[in-house]
Design a protein around this ligand. Structure first.
Ligand code: NAD
Length: 440
């Protein structure tokens, strides 16, 4: 089947590559000329586990193409998938200009019945707007389907190839047949395609992300309370996570959620609720707690250094918003870097994948090293912002020798308190007691 994917970012490139992997001929369209030219030359534009091999294979086998020209991209396509940005507008609502602009352009280019599938995260009612935009200029039949994407960055290929479920919002039986056929290779093991109306599908995506952001935030509030009451959030987590009604995942306390989805989707859902005259109180609390949580360890750091970070050298491990990705959008690390700079500290950063992206924002305002230990040389403190695996069992002796002060501010609770106490580090984590080592 011939397929077009419009928008070749994280979602679009993974979608295009995975549909090519199952034998379809896929053309990915993007307005970013540099991105398209890089992809045409066989170079991948994002880091995503397992994607590069699949991308190269499908490119060489002639099933994956890239273009900046929409008409070329959608020529003969039976399905057009939209994977366009929906960033927050000034009032927090999802900005639909990219989606609606493409919808308007597609209309006159359609030559036969086509299914337009929206994978972008969009407010309830967008399918109708897309349908109206296309219909204004179209002379053939078409259907618009809402098919929200649930892939997780870092595990995107695995999530796409083996989705837990595929949500499809449409009332058109004709479109359902096309979509079921498209997803058949991905749902063979019984993972369901859940059919519903467009509005419910659109809301399902926001409900999922808002629920997960709330779960994380609830646990962060329990962690903050643990600190006040002398309890240990890791033990509380184990205690509640074994309850199958609660589940083990998304219960890890830390310095808040970030990324390209949770912050913007929670904001957009809150705005949609306001617009619908519904006061969604939990969402407002989630946003405000998360905002504070991101830089809470800077407060502890300031106290530790008697109120001022001026002239202190702070090493940071982890810059991406989560491990296994180079994505730094809304990463807690960025807020911490800014506060450290504002406080007069010298910041050094390490990340296995995200340093290039951070350089685009902070350039030489911070120092970088490819080696996680180099940035510790003479450092006054280490701040851990992302739980990359290489930080989990580090060479503590090497760290102790390199650092000027043996103090760690761990935003991801990577180390056991007993272990760290034995090593003589002073250790601040989230929702657990402070370990006072022989650091000073
Ligand atoms: P992205 O910013 O990485 O990619 C979007 C791409 O669209 C960019 O390459 C941009 O150049 C391109 N684009 C913009 N206007 C265009 C146009 N007129 N024609 C062609 N291309 C155009 O965004 P993303 O992370 O892939 O997210 C896309 C959508 O999917 C968003 O709505 C997002 O909320 C949703 N989503 C993202 C994730 C994720 O993990 N990133 C997961 C699920 C859903």
């Amino acid at each position: 089947m011939k397929i077009a994917v419009i928008g070749t970012g994280y979602v679009g490139l993974v979608t295009g590559t995975c549909f090519a992997e199952t034998g379809n001929t896929v053309t990915c369209v993007d307005i970013d000329e540099k991105k398209v030219s890089t992809l045409q030359q066989g170079k991948i534009t994002i880091f995503e586990h397992g994607l590069e091999t699949m991308f190269e294979k499908n490119l060489h086998q002639g099933r994956l193409f890239f273009t900046t020209d929409l008409a070329t991209g959608i020529k003969d396509a039976k399905i057009i998938l939209l994977a366009l940005p929906t960033p927050p507008g000034e009032d927090g609502s999802a900005d639909l200009q990219y989606v609606l602009k493409v919808a308007e352009q597609i209309g006159p280019l359609l030559k036969e019945y086509t299914v337009i599938v929206n994978k972008s995260t969009v407010p309830v009612g967008t399918s109708e707007l897309v349908r109206e935009s296309i219909a204004r200029n179209a002379s053939v039949e078409f259907d618009v389907v809402s098919n929200p994407e649930f892939l997780r960055e870092g595990l995107a290929v695995e999530d796409f190839m083996k989705p837990e479920r595929v949500v499809v919002g449409t009332r058109s039986q004709r479109a359902i047949k096309v979509i079921e056929n498209l997803y058949a290779p991905f749902t063979r093991q019984g993972n369901p395609i859940i059919l519903m109306d467009e509005r419910s599908a659109e809301l399902t995506k926001y409900a999922a992300n808002a629920f997960l952001a709330t779960k994380i935030t609830f646990m962060n509030e329990i962690a903050n309370l643990c600190e006040k009451l002398g309890a240990d959030v890791d033990l509380v987590r184990k205690g509640i996570g074994t309850d199958s009604r609660i589940g083990k995942r998304f219960l890890f306390a830390g310095i808040g959620y970030g990324g390209s989805c949770f912050p913007k989707d929670v904001k957009a859902l809150a705005k949609s609720s306001d617009d619908a005259d519904y006061d969604f109180k939990i969402l407002k609390a989630v946003m405000s707690v998360n905002d504070k949580q991101k830089t809470k360890l800077i407060g502890s750091m300031k106290k530790y250094f008697n109120g001022s970070l001026k002239g202190k050298t702070i090493a940071m491990w982890g810059l991406s918003f989560k491990p296994y990705t180079d994505d730094i959008r809304e990463a807690p690390s960025l807020y911490n870097i800014q506060e450290l700079i504002d406080g007069g500290a010298v910041v050094r950063g390490h990340d296995p994948e995200a340093m290039e992206n951070v350089k685009k924002i902070f350039s030489d305002k911070i120092q970088y090293s490819e080696n996680q230990y180099d940035i510790l040389q003479g450092a006054d403190a280490l701040l851990i912002a992302t739980e990359w695996p290489e930080y989990r069992n580090p060479d503590f002796e090497r760290m102790a020798l390199a650092m000027k002060t043996k103090v760690i501010f761990d935003g991801r609770n990577l180390y056991g308190l007993d272990e760290i106490a034995e090593l003589g580090f002073t250790y601040y984590s989230v929702g657990r007691k402070i370990v006072n080592g022989n650091s000073k």
